[in-house]
Design a protein around this ligand. Structure first.
Ligand SMILES: Cc1ncc(COP(=O)(O)O)c(C=O)c1O
Length: 414
């Protein structure tokens, strides 16, 4: 078996139906296909980006569902955004160090929808967007079809996005439709943006007049200290905050939010309506009920305790079992560790060997590369010798066993 992650273009060419021209450049979601292959029974997989299902607050959420359905028939109706949920989001944002009010909160069907709606709002066809070279693939998918000029900057594995590189592009005349950032617990790199770089990025946004789309699904999942306040706490004019309940409650709720300047809400409402009319009234009400009952703080504590244990187990086990030539990030939050191997190692080729010989899986770094990924050119970057490991979706025992197996592979091939 060979696990193929080379993007293929045009394979969807339809023999009968004429498709829109831009769909010719759509490539397979290699990440999704790879995950299907490595999720076979018997494989210890650090590949996915999933929360731990055994920690979902199913009992408390079931109570919220029962209360909602017995009380409120509107829960099953079409309906506008649910104000009490916005009120709870304002409270959550205050815990994250952000002062905002309900009229600035915009409910979405997951953070991914927010990225799509914001792209529709800001990006003209052929316009430019600035993102990191290695980044969450969902932003790459949101940008597909706009014929956008994708400008990339590198990321320092300790300090986050290279803001000097951002400034060089601006000095050279770039005026991006937006800059996309994951300042806290980056996916896939596991790094958090330093406070100095956060301030610098916001200063640049003000000086050159571009919006920053701040994607923060992991901001409530930090394990060593309080999370750094989001960019939105530094500026309420140029920073658009994107939040999600996927990692703190459950991804299947498909519930997220934005904090935006109030004047953008009417336009965002129209753009979102075209996508789904409205985020499920049922989900909005049940989550508001769950939050109203006061379950979230103890649930977040439980998540932080368990994910901290899993992260620490993985880091300690890597220290013992990986060869000294391997280097990795030390994430203070989120769900991922990024591993860099010597330049001659091709982690895509190695994945087939790891799955076949040791029944252990990860995601090769190149899957996240803008320059060789979903929307990119054929430029190569420094990700071919890297891998992303997820620590949230395996028990500490599975982590220990999986890292021993992966260590054996790395000792043979590094
Ligand atoms: C950085 C980042 N942004 C957005 C998302 C999507 O979040 P949601 O499930 O709320 O759409 C993810 C999911 O893994 C993510 O890692």
């Amino acid at each position: 078996m060979t696990i193929n992650i080379t993007p293929v273009v045009n394979e969807f060419e339809s023999p009968d139906l004429r498709l829109a021209g831009w769909t010719r450049s759509i490539k397979r979601s290699v990440l999704r296909e790879m995950l299907a292959v490595v999720s076979r029974p018997g494989i210890l997989s650090f590949a996915g980006g999933l929360p731990a299902p055994e920690l979902f607050p199913a009992k408390e959420y079931a109570q919220a569902v029962n209360v909602t359905l017995s009380r409120d028939k509107e829960a099953l109706q079409y309906g506008p955004p649910y104000p009490p949920l916005k009120g709870h989001i304002v409270d959550l944002m205050a815990q994250r160090g952000v002062a905002c009010y309900e009229e600035q909160v915009f409910i979405t069907t997951g953070a991914q929808q927010a990225l799509n709606v914001l792209t529709r709002l800001f990006l003209d066809r052929g316009g430019a967007v600035l993102i990191e070279e290695l980044v969450y693939t969902g932003i790459q998918q949101a940008l597909a079809g706009y014929e956008a000029e994708i400008i990339t900057v590198p990321t320092d594995l300790e300090l986050g996005m290279e803001t000097d590189a951002v400034e060089s592009h601006l000095l050279a005349g770039l005026r991006p439709a937006y800059v996309y950032a994951i300042p806290e617990a980056h996916n896939p790199l596991g790094v958090s943006l330093s406070e100095a770089r956060a301030s610098r990025l916001v200063e640049l946004a003000r000086k050159y007049g571009f919006p920053i789309v701040e994607d923060d699904p992991y901001g409530f999942l930090t394990y060593d200290k309080e999370a750094t306040p989001p960019l939105r706490s530094l500026d309420d004019r140029w920073v658009i905050y994107v939040g999600s309940f996927s990692k703190i409650l459950a991804p299947a709720l498909r519930l997220g939010w934005m904090v935006v300047p109030e004047y953008l809400v009417p336009k965002l409402t129209v753009l979102k309506e075209a996508l789904d009319l409205e985020t499920s009234a049922f989900i909005q009400r049940t989550v508001a009920e769950y939050l109203e009952a006061g379950h979230l703080p103890s649930h977040l504590n439980q998540l932080r305790d368990e994910y901290r244990l899993r992260r620490d187990t993985m880091l300690a086990s890597m220290e013992r079992h990986f060869p000294p030539v391997a280097r990795w990030t030390n994430p203070s939050g989120g769900m991922f560790i990024w591993v860099e191997l010597p330049g001659h190692v091709d982690t895509t080729e190695l994945l087939t060997i790891a799955v076949e010989e040791e029944h252990v899986a990860y995601i090769p770094g190149s899957a996240f590369s803008v320059n060789s990924g979903i929307i990119g050119s054929s430029l190569s970057d420094r990700s071919d010798n890297c891998m992303r490991l997820n620590f949230s979706n395996s028990s500490p025992e599975e982590i220990e066993r999986g890292i021993v197996r992966l260590g054996r592979i790395l000792h043979k091939h590094c």
